[in-house]
Design a protein around this ligand. Sequence first.
Ligand code: HEC
Length: 162
Amino acid sequence: MKKKLLIIIGSLFLIIQLFPISKNQSKEYSKDITTIEKITPDVKNVLQSSCYDCHSNNSNYPIYASIQPLAWWLQHHIDEGKEELNFSEFAGYSPRRRFHKLEEIKEQILENEMPLYSYTIVHTQAKLSEQQKSILINWVNSAMAKMKADYHPDSLKMKRRK
Ligand code: HEC
């Protein structure tokens, strides 16, 4: 009985290997955040090492990304993360959305919500140090101040959600 079960589980494991993920590596950067925001190398480095795996069009895949169901789980995070915020599409967002996303970035960092905890267990180097946090917060603050100076306040207010 036990042997049969093991064979079934083993077969299922092999079968799911036939459904790999399509990798998030489009290298499409025409609307990248760097086309409209001044991103210093300091800021760019932190975003790249801690956020881009889930919030850009180009993820760096760990070795386990070739194994199902781990890859599906990873893919899910990437899909969800990109839907909320995609630094490679940022320039295509409306000013209102860009402003709101900047606000959210600050919030997520101050509350230690991002990068996702489950991700930092494996990707320990992605964990933000206090210095890296202040690099990002300073950048967000100045990007928001610049938007406030460039746009009418009404065009930065989020429309009230129902
Ligand atoms: C392992 C993948 C992953 C990494 C790395 C990651 N995020 Fe996220 N992020 C997500 C997912 C998934 C969501 C959507 C679900 C949620 O809010 O938990 C999200 C949501 C967000 C949101 C929107 C939150 C909201 O309340 O609407 C912001 C802003 C954000 N992330 C910023 C960042 C920043 C900044 C970094 C780097 C310091 C980062 N994330 C790193 C996966 C990730």
